[in-house]
Design a protein around this ligand. Structure first.
Ligand SMILES: [Zn+2]
Ligand SMILES: [Zn+2]
Length: 434
């Protein structure tokens, strides 16, 4: 549904607009029934507002917890960034936020710890004052810095990991605390949040020209801090304990007055920040391609769908690190859907509708030489349900076992593929077990 988007969910079952891939899975009534009854927590345990222990995210909490538990199993990469993300919604909700800087301005605010690829390791939905809770043994550094402390729990200590964040989060106590705990921080900063640090004014920088910079260092609680101001069109300030202005690099900039590109000087902190900060924005743009847009009156379903989308992107990124050939995100999403719809399920005893595999097959027959049938996912191939053989006279085709080049009349009724089964070869067995 997120790949082929229609105005209303009911349209997927319409004879004109509809799509057989969707309608073959279940009836429209079944779909609406599931949507009506899906829930994630036992309402009997709900603690009302104003009572200690009240959780604004109670309705979706068990799902969020088990998702984080799964994410905890993935080792964190060396460079990670903390940034905020918006789950777009127009629903009325007390935890909805407004952020003019994001493409979707209204929505639930989520803080995400992500790698440069956009992979998310940890997240925290902002739910008002209840979100400002620091883990035990961690000092309270204020609402924004606490977010970083919370998410940084996921990052291994004393392993040379670097963490990046923007000026909304950065404070001197945060940089000092994170450094003392064996993680190397770099953030853009607001100069007025760095006490006693005086730098050139914007006017003075303007005189020096684009690419001018200034660095000041200080030691606070045995941690060496470096503050760097860099002037491009405006001043950008960074604060870090592991990297300073050196070695100076360069950046190409367009000079409007002279109508040409020129290299300007750029301190190391700015280069590092730009290199590693963009993970969450990248994740956002990947989510936007095929976002699940199922409407619901239940506010927490929007959050549920968002995290399903995030899981798909996460899985896709993981998959790409382990496979040499490239599969577009849309194909990957379809492959997941195909596997979920057919793996572990019987194709023979369906009461309603035609089994999706047969529909697919009818399509192939009509077009004679249709597109090559896809090999089902391993979850389907090896689920051990209904992979029964069928003899198809006049349909002798190349066996679909990857290392076989013979032809066969025997088809698997579930996979809809020809496979050898004779006294010389049993590709049929190998295909479904190896
Ligand atoms: Zn099969
Ligand atoms: Zn074969």
């Amino acid at each position: 549904m997120s790949i082929i988007q229609l105005p209303q969910a009911r349209n997927y079952w319409s004879p004109h607009l509809g799509h057989h891939k969707v309608s073959a899975v279940m009836t429209c009534n079944r779909w609406e029934e599931i949507k009506r009854f899906i829930h994630f927590n036992n309402n009997d345990n709900f603690i009302p507002r104003g009572t200690p222990g009240h959780d604004k995210l109670f309705k979706i909490r068990p799902f969020l917890d088990s998702l984080q538990e799964r994410l905890n199993k993935i080792p964190v990469e060396e460079n990670v960034a903390v940034d905020e993300q918006i789950i777009p919604t127009k629903a009325r909700s007390t935890i909805k936020q407004y952020n003019p800087k994001k493409p979707h301005k209204w929505g639930y605010k989520v803080f995400v710890l992500s790698g440069i690829s956009g992979f998310s390791y940890s997240f925290d939905i902002f739910a008002g004052s209840q979100s400002n809770v620091v883990p035990v043994d961690v000092p309270d550094l204020g609402t924004s810095s606490n977010v970083v402390l919370k998410l940084a729990q996921r990052v291994p200590k004393h392993m040379n990991h670097k963490i990046f964040f923007d000026n909304w989060f950065t404070s001197v106590p945060l940089v000092v605390y994170v450094s003392k705990n064996g993680i190397l921080p770099l953030g853009t900063a607001r100069l007025n949040r760095i006490p006693g640090c005086k730098m050139l004014s914007e006017k003075e920088f303007k005189k020096l020209g684009r690419g001018s910079w200034q660095e000041k260092t200080a030691i606070k609680d045995d941690v060496k801090l470096s503050t760097v101001c860099w002037y491009d069109n405006k001043i950008v300030t960074t604060l870090s304990s592991y990297v300073g202005s050196q070695p100076i690099g360069s950046k190409q900039r367009f000079f409007r007055s002279e109508k040409c590109y020129k290299d300007v000087q750029c301190p190391q902190t700015i280069l590092k920040y730009n290199e590693y900060m963009g993970g969450v924005d990248l994740l956002d743009s990947m989510l936007d391609y095929y976002r699940i847009k199922i409407r619901s009156k239940k506010w927490y379903l929007r959050i549920f769908f968002h995290f399903i989308d995030m899981c798909v992107v996460n899985s896709w990124l993981l998959w790409r690190t382990q496979n040499e050939f490239y599969m577009p995100l849309a194909d990957f999403k379809v492959a997941i859907a195909d596997a979920l719809c057919i793996s572990g399920k019987s194709v023979l005893s369906r009461k309603r509708g035609r089994p999706s595999a047969n529909l697919e097959h009818a399509y192939l027959e009509k077009t004679k030489r249709g597109p090559a049938a896809e090999i089902p996912q391993i979850e389907v191939r090896k689920d051990g349900i209904d992979h029964l053989p069928e003899w198809r006279e006049n349909e002798r085709n190349r066996c679909k076992h990857p290392d076989c080049k013979y032809q066969s009349y025997i088809y698997c009724v579930k996979c809809q593929l020809p496979l050898c089964l004779n006294k010389d070869r049993n590709c049929y067995l190998r295909f479904h077990t190896e």
